[in-house]
Design a protein around this ligand. Structure first.
Ligand code: AMP
Length: 384
């Protein structure tokens, strides 16, 4: 560890960044931090991880191992996260030893869907109508209040459509609730979606705020499939989404990076679906297409450096590469790489399971449509 000698929460290049979590978001953050001259230690329960492969040090220990956390804290200057489902207690345990951004209260809020929705509605931010479900009476009451179809979600530990089920009938509701085996849940009205968009923004200690323009997200089986940047939206809708993001970050008084996922309904309403206080899959395109990408922005905000310029240089699209692509053997990398303006990212994961995020492709174009077409073409040629 090289001390910067600065006590005001600024950690200059040469300092050591600690990351809790070691997946692809941590890998891309680590690669950025290395480019800027930082050392990086990652902490997670796994070995030979996407982030661990490129970091200076990979610590393999459980998030509840207080001794391991203390040792980790001693050797780093500042800590951030790349994965949302880290026990808040781990962040709280680190805090007396080392600064942690985002702050633990932000993680506590955003890793629990019900708390998050209650917080947002308390702020007057529009969300999908929901009710808490803790027993079968509340389940029945929810069906009466919201009507069917609806969606039942576990309150904690959910992402990429995990921990949620669509309910079309009362019988399905009972089966779904039984499958969640007594976990705290919430029921949401099923929304007729026109589109899904997201905004990623950074907020510094002094309240300085920088947002990337909204992007459009297309999902398949509840997992992000394509991101189109920028989303083709009316200027007022774009401004509104960014204003809501800023309000949420101010209300949380957070220092860090936040992704806000929105639903746009067929009636044209903008509703917040979910918050993630970290870089996001829908921001991967920024590596090639923005002046300062989301990983550098996270590094800057966590290290107290001036925030970067989030402007888009060029329209872009991102296509996720899931494990399914390996069904017929190794994808045809040469075919995709023979196309110009196609950028391949692979995360170093050994086993290509269906639905597992193995990598992504970013494409640039003279228009969003052109970039999107190229992304479709590039991904298609991988499976030939
Ligand atoms: P989530 O894990 O809550 O972000 O949900 C994953 C995806 O499921 C969302 O991006 C939507 O495509 C879909 N979804 C979730 N909740 C609803 C809802 N209440 N109505 C319609 N679609 C939903």
């Amino acid at each position: 560890m090289i001390s910067t000698g600065l006590s005001s929460g600024v950690h200059l290049p040469g300092s050591t960044l600690g990351i809790l979590g070691s997946g692809q978001l941590g890998r891309m953050l680590t690669l950025t931090a290395k480019r800027l001259g930082y050392r990086v230690h990652v902490f997670s329960p796994q070995r030979d991880t996407p982030a661990g492969q490129v970091a200076d040090l990979e610590i393999t220990a459980d998030y509840t191992d207080l001794d391991a956390l203390r040792r980790f804290a001693q050797d780093v200057d500042v800590v951030t996260i790349e994965f949302e489902n880290i026990p808040v207690q781990a962040l709280i345990a680190l805090q007396p030893e080392v600064p942690v951004y985002p702050q633990p209260h932000v993680l506590e809020m955003t890793q629990h869907r019900l708390r998050e929705k209650q917080f947002l509605s308390g702020l007057g931010i529009p969300v999908v109508p929901f009710v808490p479900v803790n027993n079968s009476q509340e389940l029945q009451a929810g069906i009466v209040q919201l009507g069917l179809p609806a969606v039942l979600k576990t309150a904690g530990f959910g992402y990429d459509g995990k921990g949620q089920m669509r309910l079309d009938t009362e019988a399905q509701a009972l089966t779904a609730y039984a499958a969640f085996a007594g976990q705290a849940c919430l029921m949401e009205r099923f929304v007729d979606l026109e589109r899904e968009i997201s905004v990623i923004a950074a907020r510094a200690e002094d309240g300085t705020f920088q947002a990337y323009r909204p992007v459009e997200n297309r999902h398949r089986n509840h997992i992000l499939d394509y991101t189109l940047a920028p989303a083709q939206l009316a200027e007022t809708m774009e401004a509104h989404a960014i204003q809501m993001t800023q309000r949420i970050m101010e209300a949380l008084n957070m220092r860090g990076l936040l992704c806000v996922e929105f639903f746009i309904t067929r009636q044209g309403d903008l509703l917040v679906n979910e918050l993630a206080p970290r870089p996001h899959n829908s921001g991967h395109y920024t590596i090639e297409a923005a002046v300062c990408d989301q990983f550098e922005q996270q590094l800057r905000v966590v290290c107290g450096l001036p925030l970067g310029d989030p402007s888009l240089r060029q329209p872009a699209a991102m296509a996720n590469l899931l494990g399914d692509l390996w069904a017929k053997g190794e994808p045809d990398w040469q075919a995709a790489l023979s196309l110009s303006s196609v950028y391949l990212h692979l995360y170093g994961k050994g086993e290509a399971r269906p639905g597992r995020k193995m990598g992504h492709l970013t494409t640039l174009g003279s228009s969003v449509e052109a970039a999107f077409q190229l992304a479709q073409q590039a991904r298609e040629c991988l499976s030939h």
